[in-house]
Design a protein around this ligand. Structure first.
Ligand SMILES: Nc1ncnc2c1ncn2[C@@H]1O[C@H](COP(=O)(O)OP(=O)(O)OP(=O)(O)O)[C@@H](O)[C@H]1O
Length: 433
């Protein structure tokens, strides 16, 4: 004999002597069949000292459904139907390395429960996702096969796929639908479309969301520029497929120079990655207060931009020295770091945020304001504009001050080189949100 009640935002289910209490906010969905209702919910798993955020998907079967749970009823969405090729990509190197556990604890039981057939791909090195994108996703998109790609990664997985699609001249008949299950460090895109961390928001979006095209920018570099690989130890051609000899990278999140690019580059080592999102703050600290006692660097170069207000005119900034220069298509670079408040994700709007050299304390204060709801853009020291294009002509002797970040990838621009950023008109990928 079992009983079920909803009390104080919890589902209380008793069967024999055992009572299970589930917070309503931990319930992913209810899937019903003619005779029963399956409630899928998350609960803590393992020792919280090892991983306080680890959760596992579980199921209870009810004969009758309390009315409070009726809105949680869900059926298999069209992007998981039998005609769709469903792929799960586990980026084992993302964030602090928990993607595989998230797959086993949440994604696998969820897809099995829905009876969805899918292929699983686990990364072995940085080439796994680009290779998969070239040989499977692009090929199937060209043949018009609907695809849904569930990405257990940070922004890197999305960007790797994007780069393959936009670099190729292959026509895309049916854009794949990407679903983000945030497992990275910054998770800028996931945070920007409102996904909190953990598998529940991602799976809820997979069930209830719908696809929108992902807006993209293209960053063209002067011909001598090279991509940084192997934790900064190697420089390789920008087009790693060596198919086109192009010097363009594509991104959906951020293009930056100055403090942001330097801290992303410096913190992309196995040693720093262990610290999760703290790695960005640690690297920022080292750049603002160098341990050799040197003053904080003044990044020098000419910035020219075209604003959305007057797209026919290019406008050169008077200032030649900069500390922070970021162009972005998303509002958040981390869950709490609201770099461009008011920017609607997936709208195609591109924002430019810049400030010049200032004391490390003042720069820290601006960063703190960004964590406090994006208040930095209200300061008179910060430029905040809607842009269509942006060009930087670098005037730096040392290569490390000519590093540009494109969605986490780092390019070292040649001496006296440049980068030019523009909105990409093509739309080859969808994001479920
Ligand atoms: N097994 C692996 N060995 C080496 N590199 C890997 C492996 N798995 C993934 N990678 C690479 O590591 C990078 C991880 O990027 P990802 O964006 O997923 O995580 P992140 O950098 O921690 O998060 P974010 O980009 O959101 O800050 C990707 O470039 C990916 O190709």
């Amino acid at each position: 004999m079992s009983t079920v009640n909803v009390v104080d935002n919890t589902l209380q289910y008793s069967h024999g002597d055992v009572t299970t209490v589930i917070k309503l906010e931990d319930i992913l969905c209810v899937s019903s069949n003619p005779s029963s209702h399956n409630v899928l919910f998350f609960c803590a798993e393992g020792d919280p000292k090892d991983d306080p955020e680890r959760v596992r998907l579980k199921k209870i079967e009810l004969e009758s459904l309390p009315t409070e749970l009726v809105p949680l009823k869900a059926s298999v969405p069209s992007h998981l139907n039998k005609e769709t090729a469903v792929h799960v990509v586990i980026s084992t190197g993302s964030g602090t390395g928990k993607a595989k556990t998230v797959y086993q604890d949440a994604i696998q039981p969820f897809l099995t429960h829905l009876g969805v057939e899918y292929s699983v791909h686990e990364t072995e090195d940085p080439e796994t996702i680009p290779h998969l994108a070239r040989t499977h996703f692009l090929e199937q998109a060209h043949r018009g096969i609907p695809q849904t790609v569930i990405l257990l990664s940070g922004d890197g997985g999305l960007v790797d796929i994007l780069d393959v699609f936009y670099r190729s001249n292959t026509t895309v008949k049916v854009p794949p639908n990407l679903v983000l299950i945030p497992c990275g460090t910054g998770n800028a895109m996931a945070s920007s479309i409102g996904l909190r961390s953990g598998p529940l928001p991602g799976l809820s979006t997979l069930l209830r969301g719908s696809p929108s095209p992902v807006p993209v920018f293209a960053a063209e570099f002067s011909p001598g520029s090279q991509l940084v690989a192997d934790e900064g130890r190697l420089l390789v051609p920008i087009d790693q497929s060596n198919e086109t000899m192009s010097h363009t990278l594509w991104g959906a999140v951020v293009a930056s120079w100055g403090l942001h690019a330097a801290l992303v580059a410096d913190s992309d080592t196995a040693e720093y990655r262990k610290f999760g999102v703290e790695r960005f703050k640690m690297a920022a600290n080292e750049l603002l207060y160098p341990s050799d006692g040197a003053p904080c660097h003044r990044f020098t170069g000419k910035i020219t931009m075209t604003t959305s207000e007057s797209p026919e005119q290019t406008h050169q900034l008077e200032e030649l020295e900069h500390m922070y220069a970021v162009a972005t298509l998303v509002p958040r670079l981390e869950k709490e770091f609201l770099i461009s408040p008011g920017l609607e994700p997936l709208s195609g709007q591109m924002k430019f945020i810049r400030f010049g050299p200032m004391s490390p304390e003042d720069a820290m204060q601006l960063m703190t304001l960004a964590y406090q709801g994006g208040q930095h853009v209200q300061q008179s020291t910060v430029t905040y504009a809607d842009i269509e294009r942006l060009r930087i002509d670098f005037q730096e002797d040392e290569a490390r001050w000519r590093r540009v970040c494109i969605d986490g990838k780092i390019v070292v621009v040649e001496k006296d080189g440049w980068v030019e950023l523009r909105k990409e008109p093509r739309r080859s990928l969808n994001l479920i949100h």
